[in-house]
Design a protein around this ligand. Structure first.
Ligand SMILES: CC(C)(COP(=O)(O)OP(=O)(O)OC[C@H]1O[C@@H](n2cnc3c(N)ncnc32)[C@H](O)[C@@H]1OP(=O)(O)O)[C@@H](O)C(=O)NCCC(=O)NCCS
Length: 203
């Protein structure tokens, strides 16, 4: 595989978190007002099976939302935007997505997603992740976007495939999650690969 030809990447720091619009959703910074719908899915065993945490209590979700509300910039390593996915037709929060700056130096970001099982199989997660990738590459100027998932998380792996991400690695026992060491699947896509997909039949 040939390396990209564009010059050394440089992230463009953003002083505020984005609000992104898709065909059916608005992705906007998550807030304490989203407590009930977010708790409804983050308190579920099935939703949390492959997440880093167990099902969360109302107080634990409130703490997560408060921490996310503190974030206001996408500029340095570890900065992240947690965006609620709000369905335009009825204003319901159906899930949330995260974009995290892994490395400013390597212009690399990481994507994450959690959606309510009530809306599974409708393409909302794919639609949201595509908007995140557009923002990451076009606005932030990222060179590379990654996703890390449990190898048994087949719904998430299919999502990565739909996005055109490449399965690059299977890390053996690299994360201590909940009660033990777990493997991680690594997916990635480069900016020029995303540009080549944009507008293509797979989108
Ligand atoms: C991972 C997760 C977001 C995937 O949800 P999902 O509903 O499968 O994903 P989407 O919303 O993109 O829907 C895609 C499915 O809907 C179908 N679909 C229907 N309409 C669609 C449309 N307009 N566009 C794309 N897909 C559509 C697709 O064919 C696909 O079905 P398939 O997987 O059976 O082939 C969800 O399983 C989840 O939140 N899991 C729990 C949290 C989690 O594990 N997060 C990831 C940690 S790494």
């Amino acid at each position: 595989m040939r390396p990209p030809t564009y010059p050394a990447p440089q992230l463009r720091p953003q002083r505020s978190l984005p609000t992104l619009r898709t065909e059916r959703l608005t992705l906007r910074p998550i807030s304490a007002m989203d407590l009930d719908p977010v708790h409804a899915y983050l308190s579920r065993e099935d939703v949390c099976r492959y997440l880093l945490h167990e099902p969360l209590s109302l107080e634990e979700v409130a703490a997560k939302l408060a921490a996310a509300e503190q974030r206001s910039a996408m500029a340095g390593n570890g900065d992240f935007a947690r965006l609620a996915a709000v369905r335009d037709e009825d204003g319901v929060v159906v899930g949330d997505v995260i974009l995290n700056i892994v490395s400013v130096e390597a212009a690399t970001v990481e994507l994450g997603w959690v959606f309510s099982p009530d809306v599974a199989g409708r393409g909302y997660a794919t639609e949201s992740a595509r908007a995140l990738l557009d923002y990451a590459f076009e606005t932030l100027g990222a060179h590379r976007a990654i996703a890390q998932l449990h190898p048994d998380n087949t719904a998430s792996a299919r999502l990565c495939d739909r996005l055109g991400m490449r399965h690059e690695a299977l890390h053996h026992a690299n994360l201590w999650i909940k009660n033990g060491w777990e493997d991680t699947s690594g997916y990635a896509i480069l900016r020029d690969e995303w540009d080549n997909l944009a507008g293509g039949p797979s989108r």
